[in-house]
Write a protein that binds this ligand. Structure first.
Ligand SMILES: *Cc1c(COP(=O)(O)O)cnc(C)c1O
Length: 405
């Protein structure tokens, strides 16, 4: 049956999949027959959902749905082409103005996803004559972007300012002073996250800003898990720490707390104009559906309303409840991500399966999302959870994992 070459291809892939299975790293999609929310329907069974990054419960909120429906009625579904080719639809401009206003920057640019944002932006700014210094735990999109850029890469130990300074000193020796040659600029870019996606901790942004100024490096901060959650109106950690104006490139996604889809860069007018000209994932990709942009705009406006403020308070209350009911928490959880470290991949998968037996959905996170041997349950809380939901989760966790951290 079939052509021999294709059969050989498939049998090789099956072998590769077997190898993935042997390491307990096989993943499969679980079909969900409901909208995202505190409860999801999987195969006719209702699960309490602690897996989503929909931190404010906006993904299925009537305010966003209405904004999207109105945009569909006026602008249709498809954007037609890249925004540089067939014209740039109003909802994208409204979103970018709203974002720049929200983040207090001169301008903003949106992309189809956060992933495409990282790839396009880092690729536009950095090339082979440059050096990129990454926190060890930055998201895969940033790692991939840095690799694709063909810049030299260095990694500093997670949130370790001494190690970052060592890498900056090394970069200083290995790169001449920024030359005036516009075609071959010598530049150093530091990239970090504000709240880390799999560990939930915060970066020391003030200190990182001080270092980047001392060494004349540029700084890019990915606020994917802080936007909508941290700071006044959920503006993010950079704003909360008063360093937003000192960060060259502020990045984030519209797909997590903002409940929609897409990614963004906020910064100077010059940065945004440059990206429009140079970011390949922006230039060579069809614009997202305008309805997603309209929904994201509604989400940002919601964050700045009294009801939005209340929703953020709800989330903080749920996080505090989780913290107060679990023993030995060393530190404050700054955002809404609670990693429960297990270590062994198969044990993490087993723990997640046991939670599912109790109708609780928490993902087991394994390599390559985290390092080998650092598998974990990743609990994410949402403003749409109730106090009772948190207690249910804690009771189940107590039976299943021997919590030491
Ligand atoms: C999710 C995530 C991204 C990618 O954003 P998408 O919009 O999901 O593509 C980028 N950076 C971090 C830190 C993330 O957690």
């Amino acid at each position: 049956m079939g052509h021999r070459a294709v059969n050989d291809f498939n049998s090789e892939l099956k072998h590769r999949l077997d190898a993935i299975r042997e390491q307990n790293l096989f993943r499969e999609l679980r079909r969900v027959d409901s909208a995202q929310g505190p409860r999801i329907n999987i195969g006719g069974k209702i699960f309490l959902n602690f897996s989503s990054n929909d931190y404010l419960g906006l993904a299925n909120d009537p305010i966003l749905k209405e904004a999207a429906i109105k945009a569909i009625e006026k602008f249709g579904i498809g954007a037609g082409a890249s925004r540089l080719i067939c014209g740039s639809l109003t909802p994208f401009h409204q979103l970018e103005e709203t974002l720049a206003d929200f983040k207090r920057t001169e301008a903003a640019l949106t992309f189809s996803t956060g992933y495409a944002t990282a790839i396009g932006t880092i690729g536009a700014l950095m090339g082979k004559d440059n050096i990129i210094i990454l926190d060890k735990l930055v998201h895969a999109s940033i790692v991939d972007a840095a690799k694709l850029s063909s810049a030299k890469l260095r990694v500093f130990a997670h949130n370790d300012l001494n190690d970052l300074e060592d890498k900056l000193k090394w970069a200083g020796k290995n790169i001449e002073h920024p030359t005036s040659n516009i075609l071959h600029p010598k530049r150093v870019l530091i990239v970090t996250e504000s709240i880390f996606s799999m560990d939930g901790d915060a970066a020391p942004l003030r200190e990182i800003v001080a270092l980047k100024e001392k060494y004349g490096a540029w700084l890019m901060v990915d606020e994917a898990h802080a936007t909508g959650i941290i700071g006044e109106n959920g503006c993010g950690l950079a704003d909360e720490l008063g360093v937003g104006g000192q960060i060259e490139i502020q990045m984030g996604t519209l797909g997590k707390a903002l409940g929609a889809s897409g990614g963004y860069i906020c910064g100077s007018r010059a940065l945004i104009d440059y990206l429009v000209n140079r970011a390949r994932s922006f230039i060579f990709s069809t614009a997202p559906v305008p309805a997603a942009a309209a929904a994201a705009t509604a989400a940002i406006q919601f964050l700045q309303s009294a009801e939005g403020e209340r929703r953020q308070k709800h989330l903080r209350a749920r996080v505090a409840e989780f913290q107060s009911q679990t023993s030995n928490r060393k530190s404050q959880i700054p955002g809404a991500i609670i990693p429960i470290l297990i270590g062994d991949e198969s044990k993490a998968v087993e723990a997640a399966a046991k939670l599912r037996e109790q109708n609780i959905f928490v993902p087991a996170i394994r390599y390559p999302t985290v390092a080998r041997g650092k598998a974990r349950l990743r609990v994410t809380l949402s403003a749409s959870h109730s106090t009772g939901d948190i207690s249910t989760l804690i009771r189940a966790l107590e039976q299943i994992v021997n919590r030491k951290s």
